[in-house]
Design a protein around this ligand. Sequence first.
Ligand code: M6R
Length: 669
Amino acid sequence: MGFIEVRRVPHGSATTESGLTKPPGDRGTNGGQVAARQVILAWVIPGSRGIIPRLSLWKGRYRMCGIVGYVGDGEALGFILEGLKRLEYRGYDSAGVAVLQGNRSVVRKSAGRICSLEKGISGESLEGTLGIGHTRWATHGAPTDLNAHPHTDCHGDVVVVHNGIIENYQELTAWLRDRGHMFTSETDTEVIPHLVEEYYSEGQDLASAVRQAALRLRGSYALAVMASSEPGYLVAVRQSSPLVVGLGEDENYIASDIPALLGRTRRTYILEDGEMAVVARDGVTVCDLKGAPTDKPVFQVEWDPVMAEKGGYAHFMLKEIHEQPVALRDTLAGRLDGGRVVLKEVSQSSEALRESQRVFIVACGTAYHAGLVGKHLVETLARVPVEVDLASEFRYRDPLVLPGSVMVIVSQSGETADTLAALREGKARGARVIGITNVVGSSVARESDEVIYTRAGPEIAVASTKAYTTQIAALALLATRIAELKGRAIPAGFMEALNALPVAAERAIALDDRVKEVAKRISQWDDVFFVGRGPDFASSLEGQLKLKEISYIHAEAYAAGELKHGTLALIIDGVPVVALATQRTVFDKTLSNVMEIKARGGWVVGVVNEGDRGMHGVCDLLLEVPETHPLLAPVITAIPLQLLAYHAAVLRGCDVDRPRNLAKSVTVE
Ligand code: M6R
């Protein structure tokens, strides 16, 4: 349990320069709790997700971690703990609170779940009517007491909680260190209170200091900020990470997600990117980052708590499919610099990567399929031979790991028993181990020599979706880094395509309606086949696994050229076949295989690059995906295949998020 006690530090005379139309505490132009122009969005139908396109809060913009804040007549801590518990599904490796007591902020934070924090503060009197809280899903720095939020400035006056990723934190940290600021954590977040402190110490008020600081941040952030020297209000800022202001009676709230508010209010302001709210007991004012006031309508939440937890989607899997553009952006954030890859995480492995003669990629299930894509990436870009192994095979097959080999371990959870055993086996045989995982501080993270985090945020559905596509993105970064170290030129267009993956993913999600048509047909069959060549074969394997695990439809994936060696016998009238054909170099070959299937009566869904006419008139239905570099196509083709599995499972009445016999993390052999 961490403990930071903060004393008030005078900052000279605070002037009101926030640019807001009314000073904090006043009922602002936005009308506080009872604005005349209140808009009640009564058309929101509980159980439907029709509202989503109307609100940028949920529009593909999901974040890990949870934020809450309270100001009012009541006890801040009560709301903060209640809100954090409702957000625990967003992140749960550490948690913290800050409560204003008189003229000082008392900060308590601890690694572990919210119940550990609660236990730590039980028996303490943390009374106060203004405070903020956070539940964390680590991205920068291990889940420790010190790295938990809130973070404070040098004097403990400015206190901040943050969701998102600050891409330029290293450059800001260096600048702030030069100016005498002392840092105590490994997080990207800690630059924020120090930056605010810089402007605050110039005599600006808190709101305006936060606004100035926000203008210098690059990346994504939702912030809640308090200062003991200005005890009347909280400041909330949103940039590419959701943030909501809850409107109560003699109290107001901040939350990163609506579920946190539902115990108290359904009346909210949904902040947009580049908006800042000053939240006082008796009023809320909203402005943009230039200080110009914003006219906010009140949004009346009609969702039930369970639905709100899923961001309005019917299932976590669907929500996580929709999170992929943001998850990919986070994976790439700060790791691409013009045409180069910046992977400081593997800097100590540079020598091993440069000299590597063989790379092993070892994983299970979906992560193994990402590894198969990784093989194409590393072999094509870096020209190093790659062996991809299922962890359960690798550990028992007496693998030929010669000293100097590099081993890449891929695991969403970082706790899969077979994968961990393979990691230990590889290490014992002298391999240099690089982990790719989503969970900071997991066993894979701790036991690997170095680790690249996928930063996909918590994945709750058993079926892996955003973890898979971000694993491929991380493998693409690593493959590019190996190629650079080996002095190999990166093919034209590859870096641009990597950078553009989030946008392409967004467009692939838009295929949803067309995918539903395919799902209607497929959900009525008991056997489905997936075929493809090269990276498309890896995608076929992932497509069939997804379909099997959640819809319980039997599915098989084959390298398209292999069908005629046996499986073609199973293609009879009407059998659904999903044929992936995004790889131009083998397009004609795959087309021939599709013709063979059609000749036997198969019902073929082609997954092709947008505008590619080659399969028109041949396939029964086409899913045209945005074209990317062929090596990256599996990131994009995964999305309609995930949606296909999802809709088929829903049509068959399956328990999508918790398929039978399966667990999210397989910690037994
Ligand atoms: O946590 P891991 O990535 O190590 O899990 C490996 C597999 O159990 C996992 O990818 C599994 O195949 C997926 N949940 C399937 O969607």
